[in-house]
Design a protein around this ligand. Sequence first.
Ligand SMILES: C=C(O[C@@H]1C=C(C(=O)O)C=C[C@H]1O)C(=O)O
Length: 110
Amino acid sequence: MSDKTDQAKAKLLELRASIDNIDAALVHMLAERFRCTKAVGHLKAVHDLPPADPAREERQIARLRRLADDANLDPDFAEKFLNFIIREVIRHHEAIAEEHGTGAKTGEKA
Ligand SMILES: C=C(O[C@@H]1C=C(C(=O)O)C=C[C@H]1O)C(=O)O
């Protein structure tokens, strides 16, 4: 094995160690976000508020796109990622409202 291959392998291990740390941080951050959004879901169910808030989502997406652009991350990807998470949050909110007996689905007439 050449020195160059050994160097490349060492670099690969180093980069993968960082990737593993970042993945762990992402899991912890997502867990914390879902802990907060579940609490929001309970508040909404108790006060009979709708699971989704499209105006808030619009502001979040515009902000995240700006942040992504500044950070050299594809804004379309950032938007898709946030939308993916928000859809899951809304699913949780609908389930919480259902359990609470206040469960009209998003977009459904009361
Ligand atoms: C968490 C909320 O509920 C929904 C989920 C959102 C989110 O995951 O950020 C944002 C808006 C709502 O559609 C909220 O209203 O703040």
